[in-house]
Design a protein around this ligand. Structure first.
Ligand SMILES: CC(C)(COP(=O)(O)OP(=O)(O)OC[C@H]1O[C@@H](n2cnc3c(N)ncnc32)[C@H](O)[C@@H]1OP(=O)(O)O)[C@@H](O)C(=O)NCCC(=O)NCCS
Length: 417
């Protein structure tokens, strides 16, 4: 039996006050089928920017929400302000009546009015946000490496000056932050973490553990200081016959140079009483692929990670760096943000870029979601042509644009916001 669809309606939308946090939490937990303990709620509340929340109301009842977070995110060329969209939830009683659409449109209009050029989000389901002009800008890998396949290749770099230290994560927080700050500018998608975000990463109560062991940390250092670290939990278990069968659940691993990177990985891969390592969110070009003696043992799978929205093409497109020269007229389709629509000329080389309105005929036409997908530099554009999403009117123009927008390090956010 199918039920009648409920009529669409236009909710009243406004910014939420901090005092409405319990209502926000109620909608969020109901929509996500979750019940969070107070300590988790407190971590959430600490990262909330209440002046960037939006609530959708049916009468006095809060029925839908979206939240913005102010990030400084690395894009090709350096850090840029990005609105991290999160906390998107609609009460089951009001779903599929247009509440999300109203919230998304309002949020994008607000961002534009505030002069914000880019938004990013992690989607609960990949089918939701393309309709609002978000493009799948980042892929991630998840993998489960069995211990027997975890040997590093003979060419794996090493440095006799390096040594390993085991520490409680909270006690070396400053050193972890230093390593992260050194790595952050090198990969598009990485964003600056404030104190509260580090608290989220280092949280170690029962909800953060999810049935696994405590948060553990190994660091690689030399006399000058820490050069790399891994944060992980161990799911300690034994088979019926008492054979050790633990699993390392890798949370985060960063290093400032290849030898430290290899050393930290070797610690994670060769943990006593563990038979596998599970990493659920790694960059698509994780160098560990080239460090393993037999990389097929990665048993890798692949998912969408961040979705990127170019809110304002006029601001965003000349603000990033380009890998090659291009001179291309792009017809942008963007019914959700009509200020982006029309024909624009991108003229760029490795020194800089201009982006201006033009009446010249288009070389390529594409939806704004494709610019979002390619913005962080991880998406060749030919695939959109093959899929019938982008059109080329001048032979070679899409390839020219693609070569200019690609970057040599794959984008990746890592810590889900
Ligand atoms: C996902 C969610 C926010 C959608 O809200 P909603 O108010 O029902 O969405 P709308 O009615 O505005 O739907 C807008 C469009 O998105 C589509 N859509 C909604 N949810 C979708 C989903 N999960 N997958 C694919 N399409 C979806 C609708 O079919 C509709 O399509 P149309 O424009 O072609 O008609 C809501 O169902 C929800 O809170 N889900 C659980 C929590 C969640 O996943 N939140 C998102 C976190 S990133």
């Amino acid at each position: 039996m199918t039920s009648q669809p409920s009529p669409r309606f236009s909710p009243r939308i406004r910014t939420l006050d901090k005092s409405e946090w319990p209502d926000w939490m109620e909608v969020f937990q109901e929509a996500f089928n979750q019940e969070f303990p107070p300590e988790r709620n407190a971590r959430f509340e600490a990262v909330m920017e209440f002046d960037r929340t939006l609530g959708a109301f049916d009468g006095d009842r809060l029925v839908g929400t979206t939240v913005g977070s102010s990030f400084s995110m690395t894009v090709p060329g350096g850090p840029r302000p990005v609105c991290g969209v999160t906390g998107v939830a609609v009460l089951p009683s009001h779903r599929r009546r247009g509440v999300l659409s109203s919230l998304m449109r309002r949020q994008l209009a607000d961002l534009h009015e505030n002069g914000e050029a880019l938004a990013a989000l992690y989607a609960s389901e990949a089918g939701i946000y393309g309709r609002y002009g978000y493009g799948r800008g980042v892929d991630n890998l998840f993998f489960r490496i069995p211990r027997h396949g975890a040997r590093l290749a003979p060419h794996a770099p090493s440095d006799p000056a390096l040594r390993v230290r085991v520490e409680k994560p909270a006690t070396v927080r400053e050193e972890l932050e230093k390593v992260f700050e050194a790595v952050r500018p090198t990969r598009p998608g990485q964003y600056a973490r404030n104190h509260e975000r580090w608290n989220v990463l280092l949280a170690d109560d029962e909800t953060a553990r999810r049935g696994n062991g405590p948060l553990r940390c190994v660091i690689a250092e030399d006399d000058a200081g820490v050069r790399g670290y891994a944060l992980f939990r161990v799911k300690s278990q034994f088979t019926d016959h008492d054979v050790p069968d633990g699993e390392v659940m890798l949370m985060e691993l960063f290093a400032v140079d290849p030898a430290a990177y290899a050393l930290v990985w070797s610690q994670v891969l060769d943990r006593d009483l563990c038979s596998s390592v599970y990493a659920w969110n790694r960059p698509a070009d994780d160098p560990v692929i080239h460090l393993l003696a037999e990389p097929r043992h990665l048993n890798a799978g692949w998912l969408d990670e961040m979705w990127i929205r170019v809110v304002d093409v006029e601001r965003a497109m000349p603000e990033r760096a380009y890998s090659a020269a291009a001179d291309v007229v792009i017809e942008v389709e963007d019914p959700v943000c009509p200020w982006n629509e029309g024909r624009w000329r991108l003229s760029c080389d490795r020194e800089g870029a201009t982006w201006s309105r033009t009446t010249d005929p288009a070389d390529v036409s594409l939806p704004v979601s494709v610019l979002g997908a390619a913005y962080l530099g991880g998406r060749p554009l030919g695939t959109y042509h093959s899929a019938g999403v982008a059109d080329e009117h001048r032979r070679g123009a899409l390839r020219e644009l693609s070569a200019a927008m690609l970057w040599d390090i794959a984008p990746w956010g890592g810590l889900v916001f």
